[in-house]
Structure formats: C-alpha cells, structure tokens
Design a protein around this ligand. Sequence first.
Ligand code: V47
Length: 484
Amino acid sequence: MSLAASTPRIPPAPARPRPGLGSGGRSGTLRDPALEPIADKVARGERLSLEDGRVLFTTPDIWTVCQLADQVRRRLHGDAAYYNINRHLNYSNVCALSCKFCEFYRKEADDGAYTRDMEYVRSQARAAVENGATEIHSVGGLHPKLPFSYYTDLCSTIRDTAREMGSDLHVKAFTAVEIVHLAKIAKVYKIDDRQSGIRWVLTKLKEAGLGSLPGGGAEVFDDRVHDEAYKGKIRSDVWLDVHRVAHELGLNSNATILYGHIETFPDRLVHMDMLRRAQDRALARLGYQGEMATGPQHHRANEEGTGGHLGYSGDEGADVPVITLTRPGSVLPERRAASHPSPNSGYFQTIIPLPFFPDGSELEHLPGPAGLENLRTLAVSRLMLDNFPHVKAFWIMQTLPMAQLMLQNGADDLDGTIVWYDITKVNHGAGQGSGGDGVRTHQEVNVWTLQKAIREAGFKPVERDTVYRRVVRDGADGRRWRSE
Ligand code: V47
C-alpha cells in the first residue's frame, strides 16, 4: 500500500453547530440546572469534584455532558485528531490467571493456546516496517514458564529488525500486570520493597528497547470489584507503583478504565481521581507545579508565568496544535519533542476508556455497556482527567462509526491501523456484543479509512508517533517516516 498515494482528497466537514450554553444540550431537551455550576467550572478550567462527576454520570442531559467534553477537547487540540500506524502483537495467550471478564486467556494444554517464537516476532516486525508502521504494541498473558530473557529478546528483536531495514519501531509493551509477573519470574520481586524489583525489570526492558508502557491491566481500581472479577491480578496500588517507576525512568505510559461490568459509577470516578492524582505527582516530578487544569484563565496565568497548567495553543503557523503545560520558561515534553531526541520524560499521555465485552467471558450474563453509556463515559473521562493530554477512542473496541462520534464528544485520538487484535473480538458487522459468525481477530483499517473517518467527523487527521510527535512521511511510497 502506498501511504503517500493514499492521502484522501475529501473536503473537511463543516464545523458542527454546538448548542449554546444557555439552552438545552440538544434542541427539545431541557438543560439540567445541576450542570450549570459544572459548566462554569469547565469554562474557568477548574478541577471537577467527585460529586461533579456523579452529576455527569447521572444527569439525563447527556448532550450537555458531551458538549462540555468537546469544549475541553477543542481547547486542548483544536480541530486536530490523531491516529497512528501500528501493529498489535499478542505474544502469548497462555495465562496463569483466570479473570472472569477475560475471553483471551488459555491454559497451556487448551486448544487454541499459543506462544510466539522470535522468528514470528521478527516476521511481525518486518511486516510492520513494510506497512510503514511506527509502533508495535505487544501484550500477552502471564505465561508461567517463559524466562525473563524472552521479554528482553522480544523488545530487542523488534528494534533490531526495524533498524536492519533502515527504519525504527517504537515498542509499547507489557501492562503493569505483566511487569510484576516478570519481576516474579526474574526473582527480584520483594513484597516489602516492590518498587526495587519493578525498577530492575523496567530498566532491563528499557535497555533492550522498550519505549513506553500501554495502559492495560488497570481495570477498575476498587478492591470489591477486583476480588470479584479479577482476583489474583495486581491491585491498584501496585499498578500505580509500576507506572510511577516507569515515569521515574523516563518512560511515558497510558492508562485504561474497563467499565460496564460489575462496577458502579462511584467506582469509575474514584478510578479517575486516583489516576489524576498519580498524574499530578508525575508532572510535579517533572517540575510542573500546582494543580493541572484546562481553561482560558490558565493561558493568562501562563502568560504571567505563575503556575503549571495544561492548555492548548494553536502554535503560530503550525498545523498541529501543541499542548503546553507551562511553568515559567517551560513546556510539556511533547512540545520539546521537536528539538529533543527523546521526548519520553515520564507521565501519563492518554486515558483509554474500554467498554466491557461480555461474550465468551465468565461474565457473559451481563449485558455490557451500550452506545450512549460509552459516549458518556468517554466524555466524563475527558472532563475528570483534566491533566491527561489525550483521550483515546480505541476504535477496534468502540467500532469506527462510534469512534467518529467520540471524536465530537471528548476524544482526540483513534489509535491505529491495528491488524491482529486478539483480546476482544468485535463483530463489526452486527455491533458490539453480538458474537456469532462475524467475530474475527483480523481487524484492520488502512490509513485512508482512518483519515476519512476523522474528516467526516469534522477534524483534521494528524499522524502521530507513540509519544504524540507529528509523523512526516517522505518518498514515493510514504514508508519512510520521521517524527518532528
Ligand atoms: O487490560 C480484557 C481489557 C485490556 C476484555 O495503551 C477487555 O494505548 C473489554 O489495554 N472486554 C488490553 N476489555 C487493551 C489495552 C489497550 C488497548 C488499546 C490501546 C492501549 C494503549 C491499551 O483489554 C486489558 C483489559 O482491561 N479487556 N478483556 C473484555 N472482555
């Protein structure tokens, strides 16, 4: 496929008229007065409380919630919507755990259990480079027998293969759950000092080529839900410790929330609050002080050089908006990227709300979340996680049409051109949770389709690399790329 040649010539859709603040969220619906103080806070860029979050989750006026999320999203990113060219590599589905919500895991002797060898990893890296990918996203089950060297080999094999082909691939790999498992395999995990074992593992993986951590395995940070649905998995404190150590080592990471199963709205809000506190700490370590928030007054504060805040500025002349998180004389690492060889500096980049898919899991009797709930949870994530630069609508789990709607209601990123994705299998023909014949693991869209979806939603497609630098493609076939 020629990436350069695939650039579509579709005129951008006209900006969608947004309902005024004084009216209902949609014509014909009444605006919920309980949203007024929240709208004021959003306009002022103030942090929302858990009680505000409860109102956002329970108000019947869902369109105003979405509108507020869109307001924040546009303040941060203007009309840019990000995507990347990537490939998922699930290296093994063999797992020592048996989480009730998971349909992916197999025991070693089960039909369909697989573990990829390095020749397979190499072939995937080659295919990724040939398709112009900038990233391999690799996660797997907690394999009881693979040695620690398997995981360092996986990272170095991907990097070396790409380099031999004159290119590069960012390795985004291993959830926090896997990192703790690796510390146990390497026999460096100590209950009374878990951070040192985690640090050892992450240091070795980084030396082997690991570039960042994906956001999986967080599920919902609540002990009741944990014990009922994924007992045996690490708890919230350990998940947060892994990301903290990763950040301290200069690795960026993402975070997820798996919603729509046995958790409650307050559980979701506590999860979001724990993440934004962890991000406050990560940003403070990088030298950004004060509560991070969005809002016009923060641009003023920034001009006066009085504090650290997240805000959008339509960088003069550039066609990619730049998120600036400013303290006097400083900017968010994403902006530093242009002149900095390693933009990773250790913070959460993206929140990815993941809707629970019941099919094939032990929780199959549950209905799973429907469209409006997905939209609302996405919007609430944008509003509550005021210090997260990005919100991802993971199209493979949300479907592409739904992801388009999400772009208009808080999301700024669609993820990528994923090829094989084994963890959840969406029947894109018949919609979420329908199971049946259409279920497949080969789920791919090409660049043209992603760009078209973004343009149709009224946004400007921007190809990014894993750490959200703009990707520029050269050459006739567009396979050669560099980050700016
Ligand atoms: O951790 C497992 C979830 C996650 C089900 O960091 C399920 O950029 C729904 O974390 N229904 C893996 N979800 C995926 C993930 C991810 C995806 C895309 C981008 C990034 C990123 C991270 O999938 C697991 C788990 O929370 N999951 N089973 C299920 N039945």
